[in-house]
Design a protein around this ligand. Structure first.
Ligand code: GLN
Length: 260
């Protein structure tokens, strides 16, 4: 069994160690005997969204977002079709922002987004920086499936997400999308409405760097399970011994909640 994981613009969207998310996905595949095939695709290189299982877009500075936007917009039609067909996507910060309608930078200049998710981003004057704890939204990690894999968040051992944020953009969610979580510590999407991140179909966007996935093994596994289900697999991922990951996650959450 193989899963294809594509890192789009690895040379541009890879702020704050976000490549660690690819490593976490690959490790949790290998630990289960699933072979991860990692593709790296950047400006001007051909890409077949139908041939991949998970697409990853990391964080990037305003400058990098401006450099890649034309190339990304050329891929909009194929990516939209793949997302509507259930492609699993993880977008972090800048990668998350580019899935929306636009990103208006502090000077007022707008970088157009793909417009696949109804959300928009407006840069404020202050950067939103620091650790984040978010309580998962009830449907954040839900698996809708006719197979026996369907489940909601209630079975998850971890009901929080933890990471750190560093962005000037404030993201506002529109119609047909749900937040990933509610902020308990930190700023989240826009430091106003208490939301963090977004989910639309199998697309997950978040401001959490860290990298995100090593700190949140439950989210890593949901991404893998959604990709396997889309491939027609109907058996749950084998349980891993996550004692240390779970302990580290809970320790971070408790410490940050105490400090808040
Ligand atoms: N350039 C964007 C912002 O400042 C995204 C930053 C990031 O990816 N960390 O909001």
């Amino acid at each position: 069994m193989k899963l294809t994981i594509c890192h789009l613009y690895p040379d541009l969207l890879d702020l704050y160690g976000d490549r660690g998310n690819i490593l976490a996905l690959a490790a949790r595949c290998r630990w289960r005997g699933i072979e991860p095939e990692i593709q790296e695709v950047s400006l001007g290189e051909s890409l077949d969204f139908t041939g991949m299982d998970i697409l990853f877009l990391g964080g990037g500075s305003d400058r990098e977002q401006g450099i890649l936007v034309q190339d990304l917009m050329r891929r909009e039609k194929d990516l939209r079709q793949a997302i509507e067909n259930g492609l699993v996507v993880l977008g972090i910060c800048g990668g998350y922002q580019m899935l929306g309608n636009y990103y208006q930078m502090a000077g007022g200049e707008k970088i157009p987004g793909l417009g696949i998710l109804d959300l928009w981003t407006i840069a404020g004057t202050k950067r939103l920086i620091g650790n984040v704890v978010a309580e998962l939204h009830p449907t954040a990690l839900k698996i809708d499936s006719e197979s026996n894999l369907a489940r909601d968040n209630s079975e998850l051992k971890l009901r929080t997400l933890v990471g750190f944020e560093n962005h000037s953009g404030k993201t506002y969610l529109g119609k047909g999308v749900s937040p990933l979580g509610k902020v308990s510590v930190g700023h989240g999407n826009n430091d106003q409405d208490g939301t963090e991140g977004v989910r639309y179909r199998n697309v997950f966007g978040t401001y959490l760097h860290g990298p995100l996935l090593p700190k949140n093994p439950h989210l890593t596994d949901i991404l893998l399970e959604l990709a396997l289900i889309r491939r027609g697999f109907d058996s749950c991922l084998t349980e891993l011994d996550d004692y240390l990951e779970t302990l580290a996650h809970k320790t971070m959450v408790n410490k940050l909640l105490k400090q808040a």
